[in-house]
Ligand binder design. Sequence first.
Ligand SMILES: *Cc1c(COP(=O)(O)O)cnc(C)c1O
Length: 383
Amino acid sequence: MKNFYLQKLQDLQERGLLRQRKTVSGPQGPHLQVDGQTLLAFASNDYLGLANHPDLVRAAHAALDRHGLGAGASALISGHSESVAQLEQALASWLGQERALHFSTGYMANLGAIPALIGEDAAVFSDALNHACLIDGIRLARPASLTVYPHGDLAQLEAGLCQSAASEKWIITDGVFSMDGDIAPLAELVSLAERHDARILVDDAHGFGVLGDEGRGTLSHLGVSSPRVIYMATLGKAAGVFGAFIAASAEVIEWLLQRARTYIFTTGTPPVLAAACLASLERIRQDGFRRDRLKQLGQQLQEGTRGLPWKLLPSQTAIHPLIVGDNFTVTRLAQSLQQQGLWVPAIRPPTVPPGSSRLRISLSASHEPAHVERLLAALRSLA
Ligand SMILES: *Cc1c(COP(=O)(O)O)cnc(C)c1O
């Protein structure tokens, strides 16, 4: 018994799958202090460079002084704060939805919302590259049938929808895929949903703030709007803070409030976080230059990686994966980059399919062209 987990850990090590944390001190930015070393990082989801923005920090300080720290209870008991209520209203009206419900994290939002929304008789169609928390939410919902369609494969999805006799059908997808950086074909998914009377849950963790008119996300980017869509996004990535929300019709939100267990049975969000998110929303809306910067840096990276032995996946988002393949090679590459003062995370299975280990280069509006040039030079030196 004693060596049970030791053996399992050793097995992970032998397969090149043992993961280690680095400890960061100081605020987010292009350069991070890591275990006494300064690293130029392409490793965060702080896509707009807002995680340490003075407006957000100031809003948080003010909220701390006014509201203190803890929410005191779960939202339905006494822990629903004025700050969270304001944030929900601001998000809903900005996104053109009737209501929004705030969750402590994106993981919790999907884990709670999916079982609440989906009936036991439902047929669920889920993209093969969906985020872990969508997969876990579906597991918890235990729908009558689950079809995992190959990534972005509309023909297979349509065939599955045609064959299904279920009275309730759901398509579940990331808006922007977290490890590939590509965008879901939401216009086509909505038209399939219309033809087959299905509903769609879109997890826009990586599109919110980055894509669309004023940063309204992937639906806005693609010009898609449909009452069939339930929109979920997180506030810990481009928004630079923490938390998540679902925006939808008033009836959907009211139902989630009554039934999403990860909303009901957890402590309410500290008001300070909601206040910082409100300040962040203002920056997201107004700072178009951050999205422009992100696009320019992305083009620079895409052009600069041509000729390398590894393939950079095409991307219009902040996520640019460099496909390396082998678990050990990708780890060695990440280590060599670190020796040159760069931090690019190696992503291995089970986060990505076997054989597709990669460097996940994520860009931020806080990066400068010279930072990208430094990364490119380092990659060339290791090729
Ligand atoms: C990060 C992420 C989540 C989880 O959000 P958290 O707020 O970090 O828990 C959910 N879905 C996707 C697609 C993500 O990338």
